[in-house]
Write a protein that binds this ligand. Structure first.
Ligand code: B12
Length: 376
């Protein structure tokens, strides 16, 4: 499709052919997708609105469709790859470049995903919005090793560093990265779905600022410099870590996963007939459960784990896998952790929540839940 041959589908509230864009993105048609956003910019659409009110929700929809099992993992990967190219194309549109050049020059800022964080797209959206607002942005992309990030801050001396986290299990690593960045004297702004919709973990982990989305982040930065980093010690932020429960769980994760898998095999006879792929999937699911469990212990936030467990139950149900098997998983973990009261309490709570969720006695239980909306 050429830029002059624009699709004829009706334009939505935003002035973009959102249905056409969805179709192009989910069928991997990069050219058609780019044509649609270029046409919107040609028609004078505000690029920030295009990035945040069209492309970002479309990407979130990709996540919901995958969670509900309406698109495959491959389609989700391909759609995300197309969306990344679309964001790149927006950034290079002549009107967008003109606007970024004409904006005031508030200073330099680094935008990075923390170590182990693959979700680069949300950080990229933030980077482009800050560029539009005139910032000189060093966009470092996915999984930046903390020592290299620190060297970068020493070399460039930015006004702030924006650290993005989408997956909650990387929050312990984010905590260490925040503290390390602050030790260079650079204020740290954090954001991304991992911090929760209200950003509840940002202050807990000692960040200097948090914002719910890229627009709010840019507005906050436009109001003036972030506060100087306050000195803090990781151990003082989270005093409950003194009970060593988190340390024990992370250190023994491989053993815990093995114990759960062998326990499941003896409790669920059908597992004897599993294919290699089914066995690998089960092992992966158990690893994720233990990782989320560890993160909830790190933050001392039971809800992080219970929300993940009910979300997992919905994901399994959407794929016709009996979610009942989550109950013995929790029991088997409990068997190994009876000497750790905080761990045992969290597992018992999760068991109650999962049981209520599966029997439909909990608000948001199967049938009532919006599958895939959980951001942990
Ligand atoms: C695309 C995607 C992927 C892609 C990422 C590719 C890429 N280049 O980004 C791939 C396939 C790699 C991936 C992998 C995984 N993913 Co994934 N992924 C997603 C998905 C579908 C979209 C993420 C996204 O781009 N969202 C759209 C943007 C717009 O999100 P946003 O957060 O609103 O962004 C705004 C704000 O957060 C803010 N912001 C962002 N960063 C920052 C930073 C600062 C400083 C500030 C102020 C603001 C800010 O600004 C943005 C713009 O306004 C989500 C589902 C979803 N609904 O989001 C899951 C999701 C994030 N993934 C998830 C999971 C579990 C995984 C995997 C573990 C899956 C697996 N089994 O391997 C791995 C983990 C990899 C890792 N170690 O990081 C979970 C996380 C659950 C949780 N509770 O933590 C999610 C939520 C899906 C789900 N419902 O379970 N994933």
């Amino acid at each position: 499709m050429t830029r002059s041959a624009r699709p004829s589908a009706a334009k939505g509230r935003t002035g973009v052919q959102t249905d056409g864009l969805w179709e192009a993105v989910t069928t991997g048609d990069e050219f058609a997708a780019t044509d649609i956003v270029m046409a919107a910019l040609d028609d004078g659409m505000d690029p920030e609105d295009l990035l945040l009110d069209v492309i970002a929700p479309l990407q979130a929809r990709v996540g919901r469709e995958w969670a509900a099992n309406r698109i495959t993992v491959a389609q989700e990967h391909s759609a995300t790859a197309v969306n990344e190219r679309v964001i790149g194309a927006v950034a290079h549109h002549p009107a967008v470049r003109r606007r970024a050049r004409a904006a005031e020059r508030p200073g330099r800022i680094a935008v990075a995903c923390i170590d182990g964080e693959w979700h680069a797209l949300p950080a990229r959206l933030l980077a482009e919005v800050l560029r539009l607002r005139g910032w000189r942005v060093d966009y470092l992309g996915a999984q930046v090793p903390t020592p290299h990030l620190i060297s970068h801050l020493h070399e460039t001396g930015p006004a702030a560093v924006a650290l993005s986290s989408s997956i909650a299990t990387r929050l312990p690593a984010a905590h260490a990265a925040i503290t390390a960045c602050q030790s260079t004297g650079t204020p740290v702004m954090v954001g991304g779905a991992a911090y929760g919709p209200d950003g509840r973990y940002a202050a807990l982990l000692g960040a200097d600022a948090w914002a719910p989305d890229a627009r709010a982040a840019a507005d906050r930065l436009a109001r003036g410099p972030l506060p100087e980093p306050r000195p803090h010690r990781v151990a003082d932020d989270l005093p409950h870590l003194a009970d060593r429960t988190y340390a024990h769980v992370t250190r023994t994760t491989p053993q815990l996963v093995r114990h759960v898998l062998s326990g499941l095999r003896s409790r669920i006879p059908a597992m004897a007939g599993y294919t290699d792929e089914q066995r690998n999937r089960t092992a992966e699911d158990i690893s994720h459960i233990v990782e989320f469990f560890g993160t909830a212990l790190y933050l001392d936030d039971p809800e992080l784990f219970t929300a993940f467990m009910t979300w997992t139950a919905d994901i399994l149900t959407a794929r016709d896998v009996p979610a009942q098997f989550l109950l013995p998983v929790l029991d088997l973990l409990l068997e190994q952790l009876t000497d750790y009261p905080r761990a045992a309490d969290l597992l018992s709570r999760a068991r109650t929540v999962v049981q209520e969720h599966l029997s439909g006695t909990r608000p948001g239980g199967p049938g009532g839940a919006q599958k895939g909306d959980s951001q942990g």
